[in-house]
Structure formats: C-alpha cells, structure tokens
Write a protein that binds this ligand. Structure first.
Ligand code: AKB
Length: 317
C-alpha cells in the first residue's frame, strides 16, 4: 500500500486532495503536512496523520519521510504569483529550496513525486493562443522563474537519478472548499463569493484578460491519473499543459448572471497582477496530456459555474 506525503495540505488544492487521497488509499496512508495550522482545517489535521512541516528545513523533511515510510510525495507547498512579487526572496526560498529538499530526500528514500507547475512558466515571448506543450518558456514573474526552474530540476533528477517525478502545468484553479492564496487567477474564485454575498464584484484584472481555468474535481482526478499512468506511455512525464475552460472576467460574469440576473461586475485594475496576466497565455494546448495519459476534464464553464454556485450557496447560507 502507498504511503503518501502531501505538503501544503491546507492550501487550495491540498484541502481537497487530502480527503480525495484518503478515500482512495485509506486515511492512515495519507500524511498531510503544513507549515502551520489554521482554523477550519480540522478535517485535514484530524482525519488521518498530520505533521507540522516546514519544507525549507531539510532535517524535518527527512524525518517526516522516514517516520511514516513515505513512498510518494504530492509536493503542493508553494508561494503563488502575486504574493511572490511582494517578496521574491521568500518565494525563492519556499519554491526552490523547499523543492530541492523534497527532491534530495526523495532520492535518498526512493519516493516518487508529483510536482505542480503552472502556466506561469510561459512569458511574453511564448505563443499566446493554444500555447504548445513544447515552446519558448521565458517567464517574467519570480513565480514563473521558480516554476520553470522547478520543472528543469525535476527533469534533471529523473535523468540523473531515475526518480519517478511527474507533474502538470496548472492554469487557474477554481474550487469552493478553500480560498486560493495570492495568485493572479484568484479573481475566478472571489467572483463567486461576492456574487452570492453582495451581488457584485470588483475585478482586479481587465474584462478581456483571457486565462485558462480548471475546476477542482478535474484537478484531483488529473493528478492521480497522471501518477498512476503507465510510465512507458509518458513521453513528457513532467510539466504537462492541462486546461479545461478558457475564459475572461467578462465571460465568467456573464455566465454567473444567468443564475443571478442582478449580478454586476466592475473593474479596479491591479497593475502588478494585470502585468502578470498579460505575460501569460490566453489559452493552452493540452493535447500531449490527453494523448499520453488520458487527461479528460469533465467540467466546462457552464457546469463549473452551476456547481460553484450550488456548493457556495450551501456553504455561505
Ligand atoms: C497563480 O495565479 O499564481 C496560480 C497559477 C496560475 O499558478 N493560480
């Protein structure tokens, strides 16, 4: 039976990935970890093994992997694009020094790794529309620089040491359970909360800023499907483009308006996040993921919007 360590378990993806993995592999086999605990996360901290873990501390990483006999790591702990611009050194420490600690301990203790990368690896010189799997990656945000470096480091560890490392380039992730923290795509979650609570939303990106998104059920299924895929079929292995929904703030607002007719959106542009969004692709080509391991997202804009409004409606009652 697998023993899986999840870092960043109280973040947006971890909050839903941990219960998903616990259902699939048994609660005792999933070790959730986070640098600190926060209120409202008792389901994660109490529903199976939990460790307080600072991934920038190599000794601590070693001891948690040893203690639980971990054989796979879903390494989710990361700072995101917008907060990264406020503190690039802190981002480098978490995203790069944290990653090398995980890679080194995984190498020494023979673990496989899931590494989430991002559309942030692309930059102004990358093709904007249907950005290919293999193309120019010259990011201009520190987050993007850390993610492309992370991808290369993962490739290096695979090639040099034979480590089984797989990963995806996430676009914006939309979900109802936990808030995203400090990303450029966070508007696509905030808009739903404000639509339900206030009937209006002030967006920090321009109305026609197109960025790809995926909904959490597809995120969960995709990560596990990739980790369980036949390695012989994986030509890329790491850093697969994945996408499901291509949308602008204006289009997302129009979809919400079908359910909340009085909903209104206006705009107060944040120059930092707008510059990041402008440097990213309008849409991704994810055909390599579809071909090599069967990426097949189920949620389009309509289904995702209906589900978000239903789930948040219950939660915010
Ligand atoms: C962010 O906006 O920083 C993230 C991402 C696209 O990686 N959601």
């Amino acid at each position: 039976m697998k023993k899986i360590l999840v870092t960043g378990a109280l973040g947006q993806i971890g909050t839903e990935l941990v219960p998903y993995l616990r259902d699939k592999y048994g609660p005792e086999n999933i070790i959730a970890s986070s640098r600190r605990v926060k209120d409202g996360c008792e389901g994660i901290t109490g529903g199976g093994p939990f460790e307080l873990l600072d991934i920038t501390n190599r000794e601590a990483v070693r001891s948690v992997i040893k203690k639980h006999g971990v054989d796979s790591v879903y390494h989710l702990a990361s700072m995101l694009s917008a907060t990264g611009e406020d503190n690039p050194q802190a981002l480098w420490d978490v995203n790069m020094n944290g990653l090398i600690n995980i890679l080194e301990e995984a190498r020494q203790q023979s673990c496989s790794i899931f590494f989430p990368s991002s559309i942030a690896v692309f930059g102004p010189d990358s093709p904007k529309d249907k950005t290919p799997q293999d193309t120019v990656t010259r990011p201009t945000s520190i987050y993007g620089v850390s993610k492309i470096s992370g991808e290369l480091l993962c490739d290096y560890y695979h090639k040099k040491y034979g480590l089984d490392i797989r990963g995806l380039r996430y676009p914006g992730v939309i979900s109802s359970a936990a808030m995203p923290g400090g990303g450029t795509t966070d508007y696509a979650v905030h808009i739903f909360y404000d639509a339900i609570k206030k009937g209006s939303y002030t967006c920090f990106l321009e109305e026609n800023s197109s960025i790809d998104m995926i909904y959490m059920p597809d995120v969960l299924e995709g990560a596990v499907k990739l980790m369980e895929a036949d390695p012989a079929k994986l030509q890329h292995r790491n850093a697969f483009n994945v996408s499901a929904i291509t949308v602008t703030p204006k289009e997302l607002a129009a979809e919400i308006k079908k359910h909340i007719p009085g909903f209104n959106i206006d705009y107060d542009i944040d120059p930092v996040r707008q510059a990041i969004a402008d440097s990213w692709p309008n849409s991704l080509d994810d055909s390599a993921a579809r071909r090599e391991w069967g990426w097949d997202p189920q949620y389009d804009l309509k289904m995702m919007t209906e589900d978000m409004l239903r789930e948040l409606g219950k939660k915010l009652q």
